[in-house]
Design a protein around this ligand. Structure first.
Ligand code: KG4
Ligand code: ZN
Length: 346
């Protein structure tokens, strides 16, 4: 069921700790993109507190949607579709977004689609943005790496909206590993950016850390890496054992990046794709961006990354994914439910 030009879609995202709404044109053009982060609140607790997150989403959602509509200079009858993340994520947080979206659908008569958050992240690589950022070209098949706080997935991208899971993590996600390492090193929350900042003054080769390889399919495993860091740090405390926090952060970040690059290049080679797209919060990491780019080029491939603002959670990616979901599968029923463990099809 295709939308007619300009196919304006309002997207809503509340799966974790960002309350976000956005208007996107024809599945690729960002008209407005509003994100209210709860980072400061959760930093206070050293991580996301689900109860606090859902309450905050409930407080913010209407104002965030109004702001996305205002910045888009759109009226409700300019829109053709509503799209909302229905999983995976925190169940209470997802419920706020999905309930709000159902309310807007009932009030406006607009059709509604439910979006897989991971499909949203993949779609973010193809969004057109202002400035000189180059979006991933529409060359398929491509391979997507989605590395975030909740996921380290590899997906085969056959077309926009046609994504198949081909790899995942057995234990911790890459962002989760970085968040845990940052807590261990006393660097605060969110851990990924904190590790990245600390690592700038460190030597990634100063400390030897493992690069766990499951040897099975394209699976990640980061739990052993975290345990290795615990063994170094805990007897002495951060900065003990003669290691600086900067060196520990640099070595840990390098080990995570090496694992992500290795499995992604192996999978891309296996599936014979020419193009890699990297998405999710960890895709904001500069070391990952540089080293994935170099490794891809060495294998005759090209790696693309969304701009920083589209790496972390946002609703532009949800609105864009909604456009393709509608054209492939049509609208969802208003009895659609959230699914906190939703996966991409294999
Ligand atoms: O995609 P996202 O915003 O939310 C989830 O869906 O999880 O990803 C958040 C994750 C966190 O673990 C955070 O530490 C990590 O992305 N992250 C980074 C960077 N910025 C965010 N990791 C490494 N380097 C960064 N610059
Ligand atoms: Zn995410």
């Amino acid at each position: 069921m295709s939308l007619s030009d300009p196919g304006l879609v309002l997207g809503i995202e509340t799966s974790c700790d960002e309350t976000a709404a956005a208007v996107v044109r024809n599945g690729r053009g960002i008209v407005s993109n509003v994100v209210a982060s709860q980072e400061d609140i959760h930093a206070h607790f050293g991580g996301i507190v689900p109860e606090v997150a859902s309450r905050r989403h409930a407080e913010l959602i209407t104002a965030v949607v109004d702001e996305a509509m205002r910045r888009a200079e759109a009226r409700w009858d300019d829109l053709e579709l509503l799209a909302v993340t229905r999983g995976p994520g925190l169940v209470g947080s997802l419920l706020v977004g999905v309930s709000a979206a159902k309310g807007y659908a009932l009030a406006t008569g607009l059709p509604l689609v439910g979006i897989n958050h991971i499909a949203g992240h993949i779609t973010s690589s193809f969004l057109l943005t202002e400035g000189d950022h180059e979006p991933a070209p529409l060359h398929f098949p491509a391979l997507a790496l989605i590395a975030s706080g909740g996921h380290s997935d590899l997906a085969l991208v056959n077309d926009l909206g046609d994504y198949h899971l081909v790899g995942f993590t057995r234990d911790d996600a890459a962002g989760e590993a970085l968040d845990k390492a940052a807590r261990l090193l006393g660097l605060g929350y969110p851990g990924g950016p904190a590790i990245e900042r600390a690592a700038r003054d460190g030597d990634p080769k100063a400390i030897e850390l493992p690069r766990p390889d499951t040897k099975e399919g394209f699976e990640f495993s980061f739990a052993g890496l975290k345990t290795a860091l615990v063994r170094i740090v805990e007897p002495e405390g951060p900065g003990g054992g003669g290691h600086s926090v900067a060196d520990l952060a640099a070595a840990f970040q390098q080990a995570v990046v090496d694992c992500l690059v290795r499995e992604t290049i192996e999978a891309a080679t296996h599936f014979g794709v020419r193009q890699i797209v990297v998405a999710g919060g960890v895709a904001a990491n500069d070391t990952l961006r540089r080293q994935m780019t170099v490794a891809a080029r060495a294998g005759g491939l090209t790696a693309y990354f969304p701009p920083m603002s589209l790496c972390t959670d946002n609703a532009a990616m949800v609105a864009a994914a909604g456009y393709y979901e509608m054209s492939r599968h049509g609208p969802a029923s208003l009895s659609m439910e959230v699914d906190s463990a939703l996966q991409l099809p294999s």
